[in-house]
Design a binder for this molecule. Structure first.
Ligand code: R5P
Length: 318
């Protein structure tokens, strides 16, 4: 019986994934069960983790990697321990995959975090399922995280459908060139018009957004992106749209990181509603990812069983 392993601070999304895994829609053949990794923090800050002492062959670990630094240590401890305890194939289900934006050295000596975090994860897991990873200069998830089964799902069609439902006929606007991939998918799925702006980033909170040449006067616009972190990209785009006469500006993002005063900055720019997926728990969550994740995990498990990918992955693990 396959096992979903999760951490107590993500019990709610893990429960939703478990329920979705055990539906015919996801292609369930045998029931999944759910167990939690128990954590104890020692006074000096180190973790003691405890997994169920006997694990089945198929194990998927659920960990969304927002606020990633401590979680990466947890994964680096839990994954090899899971193999010692009986797991033969190990998946990571990480709806938000961290460290994907640092995909190049922008100055001499700068660490390409994407490459190194990708290699850690590939050494620890056989399969990875994630949603809208920030792939820009690196084209595929398998290049960034070279696991045997690498699945990058997209929530863009779901967000597009939601935008079309809440703001029929709205213009979808991607705030920068990286967002073109998600905006295109959302627009195709929802039958909405789309455009992409240009962004120049000068610092963590200093960005400039230049709108494409088109008339937005009186139009409802939904800014769509993979994530909002400080919210400055969205805020600058929203301010420019309002100045250009947009009737309303709402926001749809896959990953609601919204750090610090992000929401306040967006509100100050006259953003209306904000919709996100539940990859990162937030009050703006409007799209549940569990059905998408469950179907992909079931497919990936079957693919391993049919192709015997475990040989490839055991080579990758060395
Ligand atoms: C980067 O290109 C991403 O797609 C987002 O646009 C970016 O991470 C948003 O960051 P912030 O909210 O801090 O402007």
């Amino acid at each position: 019986m396959p096992l979903l392993l999760a951490f107590d601070d993500e019990a709610a999304p893990a429960q939703r994934l478990l329920a979705a895994l055990n539906t015919a829609a996801a292609g369930a053949t045998e029931p999944w069960t759910l167990a939690f990794v128990q954590r104890h923090r020692f006074p000096d800050g180190e973790w003691r983790l405890r997994l169920p002492p006997e694990l089945p062959a198929e194990v998927a670990l659920y960990r969304s990697l927002h606020q990633p630094n401590e979680k990466l240590v947890e994964l680096l401890l839990a994954a090899p321990a899971a193999r010692e305890l009986g797991a033969r194939r190990l998946w990571l289900v990480a709806p938000y995959l961290a460290y994907m934006r640092q995909d190049a050295a922008f100055s001499p000596g700068e660490v390409v975090s994407q490459r190194h975090v990708g290699r850690w994860l590939a050494a620890a897991f056989d399969g990875l399922i994630t949603v809208d990873p920030h792939l820009h200069r690196v084209a595929t998830l398998a290049e960034a995280v070279p696991v045997a089964e690498a699945h990058a799902l997209s929530a863009a069609p779901l967000l597009g459908a939601l935008a079309a439902q809440r703001r029929p006929g709205a213009l979808l606007l991607g705030p920068d060139e990286e967002s073109a991939q998600w905006v295109r998918q959302a627009a195709d799925a929802a039958g909405l018009p789309a455009a992409v702006a240009r962004k120049v980033r000068r610092g963590d909170r200093e960005v400039e957004v230049e709108l494409p040449a088109l008339d937005v006067r009186g139009r409802a616009v939904v800014i769509l992106d993979d994530m909002a972190s400080t919210g400055r990209t969205v805020a600058r785009a929203a301010a420019a749209l309002r100045a250009a006469g947009a009737a309303s500006v709402d926001v749809a993002v896959t990953h609601a990181l919204f750090v610090g005063d992000a929401l306040a900055a967006m509100q100050a720019a006259d953003v209306g509603e904000v919709w996100s997926t539940d990859s990162v728990p937030h009050a703006s969550n409007a799209v549940a990812l569990a059905p998408l994740l469950a179907a992909a995990l079931q497919r990936s498990v079957r693919s391993f069983q049919i192709s015997g990918n475990s040989t490839t992955s055991s080579i990758l693990r060395k």
